[in-house]
Design a protein around this ligand. Structure first.
Ligand code: ASP
Ligand code: MG
Length: 298
């Protein structure tokens, strides 16, 4: 079994989505496909949250664009017979759930900080809910899952952390013995293990969701599919002579991530390193590129 995580640019364009379909259909392995929100959507949701918190209803004018962005994608990648139900999911989540949550911020200046943050997390989680609906309907016969049912967080002295006990128990219950070949899961979104209130794993957290699943289910590999060929020895956007690193250790990858390499969300490495699971960084837009392999031995 392999866990494949696709980032915002991969799920945010027709080219990326069609390549996802190709990658998934050319494999015979059991796959868990973890998806980010369409590129830019989480930023938009964060901005809407800010506006609503400030009492600015200007976010309402942004909602039709959000629907349209998803609708255009749906019309290009979702099979004709599923388009209507996919649009219904998008419309219901945007016009009822998202609009309702934003309205709670507007109407309620006396919210406690805890409740404000809980509503804010519920708002930003819509990005992955919508993208996962598209990907699961695009990948025929795949099984959609709801990450907050099994990715669980708790608050300790350091802030919000993964509740590994609860997550392990629920992940095993969700996936073990299920022979479905292709599973689709939202990255980034979770729930508090005690209260069930929606939480998130932090910006960029979809990589972490994928690593948590890979570690608990002892996957054969974790693949982070993004829009660059892998890790480089310097930033290829500013250094044309930058060279792709084809192989590195977990320690080297962790160091690069901690030092600001944007390729992988830093907490992602530890859980897979502990279990010795190979991590591949691959380019959804350049399927022939070798990518970077991160493994325990060089
Ligand atoms: N959509 C979330 C973000 O933009 C999580 C992710 O993409 O990894 O931060
Ligand atoms: Mg990312």
């Amino acid at each position: 079994m392999r866990v494949l995580k696709f980032g915002g640019t991969s799920v945010g364009s027709v080219e990326g989505l069609l390549n996802i379909k190709k990658i998934v259909s050319e494999s015979e392995d059991q796959l868990i496909v973890v998806v980010s929100a369409l590129s830019g959507v989480t930023n938009t949701l964060v901005e809407m949250t800010r506006m609503a918190t400030a009492g600015d209803t200007g976010y309402e004018a942004m909602l039709p664009d959000l629907v349209k962005r998803h609708e255009d994608i749906i019309n290009s990648v979702v099979p004709r017979e599923s388009r209507l139900s996919c649009m219904k999911v998008v419309n219901t989540f945007v016009n009822e759930s998202l609009t309702g949550s934003l309205g709670m911020l507007i109407a309620n200046e006396s919210l406690t900080p805890e409740w404000h943050d809980a509503i804010a997390d519920a708002i930003v989680s819509h990005g992955e809910i919508l993208s996962s609906a598209i990907v699961s309907l695009m990948l025929k016969n795949s099984k959609p899952h709801f990450a907050p049912a099994f990715i669980h967080t708790t608050d300790d002295d350091e802030g919000r952390v993964v509740d590994w006990d609860s997550t392990e128990r629920h992940v095993l219950k969700e996936f073990v013995g299920d022979m479905t070949r292709v599973h689709v899961v939202q990255g980034f979104i979770a729930a508090d293990s005690q209260t069930g209130v929606k939480t998130t794993l932090g910006r960029g957290g979809s990589d972490y969701t994928a690593a948590i699943l890979a570690a608990i289910l002892r996957a054969d590999a974790l693949e982070i599919w993004t829009d660059v060929d892998g890790f480089y020895d310097s930033d290829p956007r500013t250094h044309p002579e930058a060279r792709l690193i084809e192989r590195m250790t977990y320690e080297q990858a962790q160091r690069l991530c901690d030092n600001g390499a944007k390729v992988i969300y830093p907490p992602t490495i530890a859980p897979v390193a502990m279990r010795g699971i190979d991590v591949w960084v691959k380019n959804t837009f350049n399927l022939d590129a070798p990518g970077t392999l991160i493994a325990g031995h060089n």
